[in-house]
Design a protein around this ligand. Structure first.
Ligand code: TZP
Ligand code: MG
Length: 224
């Protein structure tokens, strides 16, 4: 797999699925709509269950040639041969995760402030997930929301590095362009993608939801 397209980054949220919707079918439809990278996030599943879900998800992502990352759990990523992991500030370090993963594994880190971004740069993370940019119902936030301008200030730190950046938290098609334009850094660096949970996971029509985000992101790229 070559360079990753981070533009439409889906973080899964099985507990948000509309009633009667099958998780794997829903995931497949979101890929058909243009999701470019998937992170499997399971905050409550036990290890064996997490591995089963991740393995089934991987088969679907592979079919669409979309990279799949695992939230928090490097052991699960190894078990299913995922493309990489996404680490929170309370998880193991990038260095520790690298030592357990294949050489070309993708490692991303959640960043809520400038110090987190500086650390991710020092640690040679592959990408940073900056958030929460807006308020969200999906996760109990322990820090204030950053807002697009705050995100832009963090993006500036990435100038001169190869580290990619996505924003997360309360991103919807309705605020996507505002988020993207507002987060352009004073040095003109823009987000490489947007990460969403509920906008796709809670949608009865995930394909259309992903298509909408994808269309909007492309229109931003053309103008930026
Ligand atoms: N990290 C920061 S905000 C968030 C995570 C996992 C949840 C984002 O969910 P949504 O539904 O896209 O607001
Ligand atoms: Mg975590």
């Amino acid at each position: 797999m070559g360079a990753i397209d981070y533009s439409i980054y889906l973080v899964t949220g099985r507990e948000l699925l509309p009633p009667g919707k099958d998780y794997l079918q829903h995931l497949e439809e979101s890929l058909q709509g243009g999701v470019t990278v998937v992170q499997i996030r399971e905050k409550h599943a036990e290890t064996a269950e997490f591995i089963r879900i991740a393995a089934k998800s991987k088969a679907i992502c592979d079919k669409y040639n979309v990279p799949m990352l695992i939230n928090d759990r490097v052991d699960v990523a190894v078990a299913v041969n995922a493309h990489g992991v996404h680490l929170g500030q309370d998880d193991m370090t990038v260095f520790q995760a690298r030592s357990m993963l294949p050489r070309d594994a993708i490692i991303g880190v959640s960043c809520n402030n400038v110090d987190h971004v500086k650390r991710a740069i020092k640690d040679s993370a592959d990408y940073v997930g900056i958030g929460a940019v807006w308020a969200t119902q999906t996760k109990q936030l322990t820090n204030p929301v950053i807002g697009p301008r705050g995100v832009g200030a963090m993006l500036e730190l990435l100038d001169g590095t190869t580290i990619k950046a996505v924003a997360i938290g309360g991103i919807k098609s309705s605020n996507l362009l505002r988020t993207l334009h507002g987060a352009v850094s004073p040095t003109n660096r823009a987000l490489d993608g947007v990460a969403v949970v509920s906008e796709i996971a809670a949608s009865p029509e995930p394909r259309q939801a992903a298509e909408k985000l994808s269309r909007l992101f492309k229109s931003f790229r053309i103008r930026h």
